[in-house]
Design a protein around this ligand. Structure first.
Ligand code: ATP
Ligand code: MG
Length: 285
């Protein structure tokens, strides 16, 4: 069965995308492990490379750009994926979690990747009789299609930008998860982002918002209550995830041996909120 692919995205920086992506990945991997199988892959599409770091991993030259510049070769995919299992060196045991990391190489390679995309798109347009529009998704599927066969879930940690590559990622994925920093600026940026997703949907791109995750939430602020009401009014109660509190526990976790809050402080309110998101998405299959 093909992987279920989630992007974690929001064009605003610092809203908790990477934190949400890696925490969700750890949670889904555990649920699969407890149920007897299935692997999870985190794909980092942000040259900042925070996803691997957040899990305490060193990419050592491995980078998603190597895969994007390849022709879907299984060895290149395998060579660039790292196991997130750190049970042997005293870290968290994550036997079924893997990361395709990013590094500076991704920004250097982006131009080449986009040129190649444009060439492939032009070729596929010529080869399709009737002049069908080339779909970027076919191109990304060629590069990352094998990953879809090998994993049960793929979580893509996105950069806070939207360019052609990001649009291709959008099309490669089935569902978007949108963390929203619950402050005034956070809400307006997400409004723009989600309206873009809605516009993409109108243009035939198949992406559904699986969850809007309120992050950095200070329950006592009046602003919080009105923003939560507004999010619920605009997006509907079903997609709004349990709010993740603004807490130093979340920020401390990666610095405490590359852990997520689920591993670092499993009983904390932030871990409970993320576990709730994991369970909800897992229950949807
Ligand atoms: N709920 C939270 N409470 C407190 N700090 C948090 C919370 N969530 C994330 N952080 C911290 O805020 C910082 C930004 O989070 P994160 O890197 O996940 O955001 P991002 O959206 O991925 O940023 P970028 O747009 O730069 O990729 C990190 O230092 C992280 O540890
Ligand atoms: Mg990030």
């Amino acid at each position: 069965m093909a992987a279920k692919v989630f992007t974690v995205e929001n064009r605003k920086g610092g809203v908790g995308k990477t934190t949400t992506a890696v925490t969700l990945a750890v949670g889904l991997a555990r649920r699969l492990h407890d149920d007897g199988g299935g692997n999870v892959l985190v794909i980092d599409m942000d040259p900042q490379g925070d996803a691997a770091r957040g899990l305490g991993l060193n990419p050592n030259g491995r980078c998603v750009s190597n895969v994007l510049l390849s022709d879907g070769n299984v060895d290149i995919l395998r060579d660039n994926v790292i196991s997130a299992d750190r049970g042997d060196d005293g870290g968290p045991s994550r036997s079924n979690l893997y990361v395709l990391p990013a590094s500076d190489k991704l920004s250097e390679a982006k131009e080449d990747i986009l040129t190649e995309f444009a060439l492939l798109a032009a070729r596929s347009m010529r080869s399709r009789r009737g002049g069908n529009e080339a779909h970027l998704v076919d191109i990304l599927d060629e590069k990352l299609g094998l990953a879809k066969q090998a994993f049960a879930y793929i979580i893509v940690d996105c950069p806070p930008t939207l360019d052609l590559l990001q649009q291709a990622v959008h099309q490669y994925a089935d569902y978007a998860i949108v963390p929203v920093k619950v402050d005034f600026h956070g809400a307006s940026a997400t409004g723009r982002h989600t309206s873009n997703i809605l516009q993409d949907q109108a243009e035939g791109i198949d992406i559904t918002i699986a969850a809007i995750v309120p992050t950095f939430v200070n329950a006592r602020h009046n602003l919080t209550k009105s923003m939560m009401r507004e999010l619920t009014r605009v997006y509907g109660k079903q997609v709004i995830a349990m709010p993740v509190p603004n807490t130093v526990r979340v920020a401390e976790a990666p610095a405490s041996g590359g852990r997520t809050v689920l591993e670092y402080m499993p009983d904390s309110p932030a871990a409970i909120a993320y576990q709730d998101l994991v369970d909800r998405l897992y229950a949807q299959g």
